[in-house]
Write a protein that binds this ligand. Structure first.
Ligand SMILES: [Fe+2]
Ligand SMILES: [Fe+2]
Length: 171
């Protein structure tokens, strides 16, 4: 699609988000399965369900805009998921893997926070206040998901990864 003005840039951004969320539904399910920590698995499972709803929210935005989601893709998220998959193939100590999954997931959440923030601002600029509100709803969910991951890492997962790593060295 051609981006020529603010309106078409907005549609481009929404498509980018759609491409990202579609890939993330699958990636989050995979990350939940790979997690060994119960809190982390639950956080991934919850955000996976939330992400399915975010896809539906974007579907409604396409309807409002009279645009199709066809051809929506996000190479940036594709790259981040590829990096996460490479980590999953490393056969690392399970606690360390949990920490690695959090690192990968927080990269994604920060990308989404930036992308939803920009797209919401474009919606506001274009006078699409109802769409801006919808985008804000998802933005708030992404921020919460990111905070949850920080909390899980700092409350116990990073410490357990450290203990497991030290244990490994002493064996
Ligand atoms: Fe999302
Ligand atoms: Fe997210």
């Amino acid at each position: 699609m051609k981006v020529k003005d603010l309106e078409s840039l907005f549609v481009h951004e929404v498509k980018d988000l759609y491409g990202a969320e579609k890939q993330l539904v699958k990636a989050l399910a995979k990350m939940a399965k790979a997690s060994t920590d119960d809190d982390l698995r639950k956080a991934f499972e919850d955000h996976c369900i939330e992400t399915e709803k975010q896809v539906q929210r974007l579907d409604r935005i396409f309807q409002e805009l009279g645009e199709s989601s066809r051809g929506a893709k996000c190479p940036a998220i594709e790259g981040m998921i590829q990096e996460a998959n490479e980590l999953l193939g490393e056969h690392m100590e399970p606690h360390v893997l949990d920490t690695a999954l959090i690192c990968a997931a927080q990269r994604v959440e920060h990308y989404e926070i930036a992308a939803y923030g920009c797209t919401r601002a474009l919606a506001q600029q274009l006078g699409k206040d109802d769409l801006a509100e919808e985008l804000q709803r998802t933005l708030d969910e992404e921020k919460k998901a990111n905070e949850k991951l920080s909390q899980i890492a700092l409350s116990h997962v990073n410490q357990e990864a450290m203990a497991a790593s030290q244990g490994g060295r002493n064996e």
